[in-house]
Design a protein around this ligand. Structure first.
Ligand SMILES: Nc1ncnc2c1ncn2[C@@H]1O[C@H](COP(=O)(O)OP(=O)(O)OP(=O)(O)O)[C@@H](O)[C@H]1O
Length: 208
């Protein structure tokens, strides 16, 4: 179960965002919707522990993220949370499979080549495993970032505008993969977006 309560994030004296209390079941799927600037990305970063709230709580299963120190949070994030961003934040100097080995390393998980190849196969990227990130098409790069997000079997997958820059065909493919992967891994999936194409594809939504 994911839950937020009395959650507030203050960037500065002008920008203070207060979020509605909200819960999502383990294995639940939700879109975070709302107009530009309402705080969708901020909420995703709070759920993923990339930002610490000014007040309130963020629970991922039984863990209150606000109670973790910086290094505990890094460790928790690496093991329990997978991120997919609008642009695939992969390391350009590394090839696709090296990016995935790095994700295992950063999460403190022993190198597991079998798992890396399994995930790349699921995402139809096996042949591209030795390609540098800049050699991939936009859709392939987005699939590589999904591969990295699901690699460590996270309890929660967070995706920030994962489809906005993709054409209809790649958009349909990416959302299908995200939903499939979340389902098969038993993970909850939260997608922040203003992409109208996703509206009827996800179980529930939170309007900010
Ligand atoms: N680093 C920052 N410093 C100060 N204010 C910020 C910072 N990042 C975001 N904000 C402000 O916080 C508010 C919420 O931003 P956020 O990016 O979460 O919105 P969003 O709903 O994701 O927007 P969009 O749909 O345009 O991506 C906005 O008013 C934004 O200007």
């Amino acid at each position: 179960m994911i839950s937020i309560k009395d959650l507030i994030y203050q960037y500065n004296s002008e920008t203070r965002i207060s979020f509605p209390d909200w819960q999502l079941d383990t294995r639940g799927q939700a879109l975070i919707l709302g107009k530009s600037g309402c705080g969708k990305t901020t909420l995703l970063h709070l759920l993923g522990g990339l930002l610490q709230p000014s007040s309130g709580s963020v629970f991922i299963d039984d863990q209150d993220l606000t109670k973790l120190t910086g290094s505990e949070l890094d460790h928790f994030r690496g093991q329990h949370i997978g991120f997919v961003f609008q642009k695939p934040h992969l390391i350009k100097a590394l090839n696709v499979q090296e990016n995935l080995f790095l994700a295992q390393h950063l999460a403190g998980i022993p190198k597991d080549k079998e798992r890396v190849l399994e995930v790349l196969k699921t995402l139809d990227l096996l042949e591209k495993r030795k390609s540098k990130v800049y050699e991939l098409s936009e859709g392939q790069a987005q699939r590589a970032s999904i591969a990295r997000a699901v690699l460590n079997k996270p309890a929660l997958i967070l995706a920030d505008e994962p489809t906005s820059s993709l054409d209809d065909e790649n958009c349909a493919r990416v959302i299908e993969i995200l939903l499939d992967q979340a389902k098969s891994q038993g993970a909850a999936l939260v997608i922040a977006t203003h992409d109208q194409r996703l509206k009827n594809q996800v179980q529930s939504s939170l309007n900010l």
